[in-house]
Design a binder for this molecule. Sequence first.
Ligand code: ACM
Length: 492
Amino acid sequence: MAGVPILPAPVRGERRAGRPFLVDATTRVVVAEEPEAVCAAVLLAHRIGRAAGGPVPVGHRDDGEPGAVVLRLAEPGGLPLPPGLAPDLAAEAYRVEVDHARVVVTAAEPVGLLRGLAALDQVAVPVQGGLAVPSCAVLDHPRFAWRGLCLDVARHWFAPETLRDVVLLLASLRMNTLHLHLTDDQGWRIETPSRPRLTEVAAATSVGGDPGGFLSRPEYAALVVFAAAHGVTVVPEIDVPGHVNAALHAYGSLTPSGEPRPPYTGVGVGFSRLHAEVADTLPFLTDVLGDVAAVTPGPYVHIGGDEALTMHAAEYDQLVGHAAGVVVGAGKTVVAWQEAARARLPAGSIVQYWDEQTAPDAVLAAVRDGARVLLSPAGRAYLDTRYDRECPVGSEWSGRIGLRACYEWEPADVLALPDEDVVGVEAAIWTETVATPRDLFWLLLPRLAAIAEVAWSAPERRGWPDFERRLRGLTARWDLAGVPWYRPGLET
Ligand code: ACM
């Protein structure tokens, strides 16, 4: 039986004989009474309503009649999943069964229903008056628990509307984490009440003199809720102890001279730093990380830690250690770039591997001490790079990355670690050269789809020709929705 055009590739998916299920204005959505499942059902009804040209009802009672899309929460063990599948992976598992009479999506947790609906979206085809969903059966769960995108909103600012579009894109690819790189030399992008000058003074700039901006607390809270409704966790990054010129510009109390630093709109890295001997430094870390943790319901706060190139190890260790202590004290798990591995992070921290040019000894030692690794190898997962020589936007410092190179790599080979030590895979897009939503989406797509599949699908489910074939279904949808994507990338 032919496969189903789902991307990332599912564990099992097959077309079945028989007529498709027709979604139209008479379709009903039936859902369990759990609030989060109801939220998924309402999102589904909204999508169906748009395709069918009128509202469709959501109810709790399943009378078994045809014409229903049923969202069910299974009892634990109610889905046929591999024994011993980790709970965070089982939470996102789903089963989809479609015949001409009904669609049934089953999951152990509401987030699994969202993943099932994202898959269903990809098999549905527009027809007159609504959608046709081919008869099929899908059973699926992710390989890795963390499938993310790090988006740099500090070098260039992207407004909440664009961030919501990114969330929708991630959810459509069954990715679950939006890591926001909120602070850097060029701007501070989150309102931080204990230190108001960070956004009053240091949010207005971007690279090249482009306009800045920031998320107010209500805007950040709204984004977090929007993302959660789509099964996406927001991970805020406050990058310390380097990459801090914006903070030094806002507060002269953070510099040895007491004078604020001038704003910075260039693209250099590694020149700015906090100073352990300056009296305001530790209170500053306590204040800003405390503020960000307080407004973040998700379990993680990222403390950066990369490229503090002008700091001795002992001072670095002290500052990173303090930052990590604040995050743990706020009840969150520390995430940090790989450089921070040397600072003996709290057990259970997540170390984000990116720099393939540096020996990973400290990262591997951190794993032996109980850390897990998030894989963002720059040569595969840094999507600010150009696809090819012709690509009009993007950087080249980590090479050019064509779609195929983005797709054909195996996470277990990066550091020779077993899957238990790898929390997941995250793409990153740095925005020194990326100033508009169009350029952002161009660089992301189609490569983000490749990263999504590397992170979700087991190696035996992946293969280039089949990926290319399924990708054509996605690019057609992006075209219909007006989502920009980079075409020559398909051939590279
Ligand atoms: C990084 O690319 N500096 C994390």
